[in-house]
Design a binder for this molecule. Structure first.
Ligand SMILES: C[S@@+](CC[C@H](N)C(=O)[O-])C[C@H]1O[C@@H](n2cnc3c(N)ncnc32)[C@H](O)[C@@H]1O
Length: 198
């Protein structure tokens, strides 16, 4: 099948981006076996606070937006946190190139974009394939933590977790760490769910 020139250019850019990310992850996370992973970390408030309280766990946050990652890196550098890493990366590309040896103790999604229109639901970060990928990297007992102010997205996440054979909702689990994020600070109410890898 023929592909257009612009599509070919986009594929080339994507390959270059992934190669650079893979190289940075292999270099900076060499020897790391287990992480707490935050997808869509925004300005990094929550993860920075978490990493400060858990100096023995490596914490990795990603976000699509460069200037947000710059803010995250400034926070990390100011506090001189050696166990905190931020990358400008798209979620699926990150999961594709992350070294195989790295396991997730916990995966966190805080106020992910809700994409309310039905035709945009496929852009939500919570998807069966995403839950598959995270499950592959998570040992039994490891957690997936989701929080959103958007009730339909919260319900969507509950439905996808209930339908997934590798995750079980743990209604008794305590939220791992409380610290406002940029978005949490603006919300009057929100909904949280924690699932465990089974
Ligand atoms: C509504 S903001 C929430 C940010 C932060 N978690 C908070 O609570 O303040 C959602 C974030 O997810 C990021 N994001 C959206 N889709 C993404 C993707 N596919 N991969 C990585 N980051 C993504 C956006 O750039 C944005 O910073």
């Amino acid at each position: 099948m023929e592909i257009s020139e612009s599509h070919a250019r986009e594929l080339a850019r994507q390959a270059e981006r992934k190669a650079e990310l893979r190289e940075a992850l292999e270099r900076e996370l060499a020897g790391v076996e287990e992480i707490l992973f935050e997808a869509g970390c925004g300005h990094g408030h929550w993860l920075t606070s978490y990493a400060e309280e858990h100096p023995h766990l490596q914490c990795v946050g990603i976000d699509l937006i460069s200037w947000r990652i710059r803010k995250c890196l400034n926070k990390r550098d100011k506090r001189e946190l050696q166990n905190l890493h931020f990358y400008k990366a798209e979620l699926n590309e990150f999961l594709e190139v992350l070294p195989d040896a790295i396991r997730f103790q916990c995966t966190v999604l805080l106020f992910p974009d809700p994409w309310p229109k039905a035709r945009h639901h496929r852009r939500r970060m919570v998807q069966p394939a995403f839950l598959d990928e995270v499950a592959k990297r998570t040992d039994r007992g490891g957690q997936f933590c989701f929080r959103s102010d958007d009730r339909p997205y919260y319900d969507w996440t509950i439905e996808h977790l209930e339908a997934h054979p590798d995750w079980q909702i743990d209604a008794e689990a305590q939220w791992p760490h409380e610290n406002d994020t940029y978005f949490q600070d603006m919300m009057d109410e929100y909904h949280s769910v924690i699932a465990r890898r089974v």
